[in-house]
Ligand binder design. Structure first.
Ligand code: NAD
Ligand code: UDP
Length: 333
């Protein structure tokens, strides 16, 4: 059988590198496109020797011409620290990047997947969030470049579907964590683990009563690939995440316990528009894809702790390509 040629934008990022690896395991040819804004060469180093893997340094805000059968569009910084660092570029990446990838898919009649986000629900007024909920998003706040950029990308995907009959797949990904996150990622799981491993204060924003539901990256990748392989008429949007809800304070306690750390919690002001509660209703994914996450928080955190321990042992910056002024910790409002 002819191998499929698959394009992964943002393939050198945290989720993207796991997705590239899974697609290679499934005997595909993978073209990874990334501009290394938050992605890292370390993430794809283990794939570089694979003759079915190709890396292209390219910014998705510019048009791209390659011959592929499928496109996974993941290019976009996802950590609030990173996407707020250059908010105009974040909107550009979501909107122009999607437009360019949709045009490419249209010219090739290729299936295309969009990594959308639970942020399209904003600070949700319903709980748990299902796909019929239209969201509660501030259009002019510090998170808007990401939230509205991703919402506009969803609009573009559904307009290409209606107007041109393109085969689209739109997934709303909820908080995902695991090995492959960079040291300066700035999201809560990596911050807490790195702080705990170094006996530094655990930085809790607000009083820590806000909740999230954390999905281990291997589970997410299985969901993404099952979605691409699912029936052609299933466009989504579909929630992909782990419905195990936990408060940020409890997450801090779990990380301290797991690492045996001497760290104490310190409290910073809550960043503006920080969602108070978040948990996916995943019935649609369960019914249509037969998918649900299988990795519990404790197991996933153990793997992630082991990964960061190994990075710390190496005693090198996790990614020499990173912008020096983006910092891992501290409040970001
Ligand atoms: P990440 O920041 O680790 O990866 C994003 C990748 O995109 C990086 O490799 C970065 O260099 C690349 N990139 C950014 N702008 C680009 C551009 N203009 N051109 C080419 N490449 C560019 O983030 P992640 O956690 O791996 O997220 C991947 C995708 O999944 C994103 O689209 C994100 O919005 C979505 N998502 C992630 C989560 C999560 O919890 N990790 C949750 C919801 C949605
Ligand atoms: N958070 C925190 N301390 C940190 C980083 C994040 O308390 O060092 C909080 C943040 O305010 C939010 C939650 O943890 O309420 C998840 O933040 P993250 O940046 O990981 O993702 P978000 O879901 O906000 O995009």
């Amino acid at each position: 059988m002819q191998k499929k040629r698959v394009l992964v934008t943002g393939g050198a990022g945290f989720i993207g590198c796991h997705l590239c690896e899974e697609l290679l395991c499934r005997e595909n040819k993978v073209i990874c496109v990334d501009n290394f804004f938050t992605g890292s060469k370390r993430n794809i180093a283990r794939l570089m020797d694979n003759s079915n893997f190709e890396m292209m340094v390219h910014d998705v805000t510019l048009p791209l011409s390659v011959e592929v059968d499928e496109i996974y569009n993941l290019a976009c910084p996802a950590s609030p620290v990173h996407y707020q660092w250059d908010p105009v570029q974040t909107t550009r990446t979501s909107v122009l990047g999607s437009l360019n990838m949709l045009e490419l898919a249209r010219s090739l009649d290729a299936n295309i997947f969009q990594a959308s986000t639970s942020e399209v629900y904003g600070d949700p007024e319903i709980h748990p969030q299902d796909e019929d909920y239209w969201g509660n998003v501030n259009p002019i706040g510090p998170r808007s470049c990401y939230d509205e950029g991703k919402r506009c990308a969803e609009t573009l995907f559904f307009d290409y579907y209606r107007q041109y009959g393109l085969h689209i797949r739109v997934a709303r990904i909820f908080n995902t964590y695991g090995p492959g996150m960079t040291m300066n990622d700035g999201r809560v799981v990596s911050n807490f683990i790195l702080q705990a491993l170094q006996d530094e204060p655990i930085t809790i924003y607000g009083d820590g009563s806000q909740t999230r539901s954390f999905c281990y990256v291997d589970d997410l990748v299985q969901g993404i690939v099952s979605f691409m392989d699912s029936a052609e008429d299933f466009t989504g949007p579909v929630n992909l995440g782990n419905p195990q809800e936990i408060s940020i304070r409890e997450l801090a306690e779990r990380v301290i316990d797991l690492t045996g750390s001497a760290s104490k919690m310190i409290f910073h002001p809550l960043p503006s528009d920080d969602p108070k509660r978040r948990m996916p209703d995943i019935s649609l994914a369960e019914n249509n894809l037969g998918w649900r996450p299988s990795t519990g928080l404790e197991e996933g955190l153990r793997e992630t702790v082991a990964y960061f321990e190994s990075l710390l042992r190496e005693d090198v910056p996790s990614d020499p390509c990173h912008q020096p002024d983006i910092v891992a910790t501290g409040k970001h409002n």
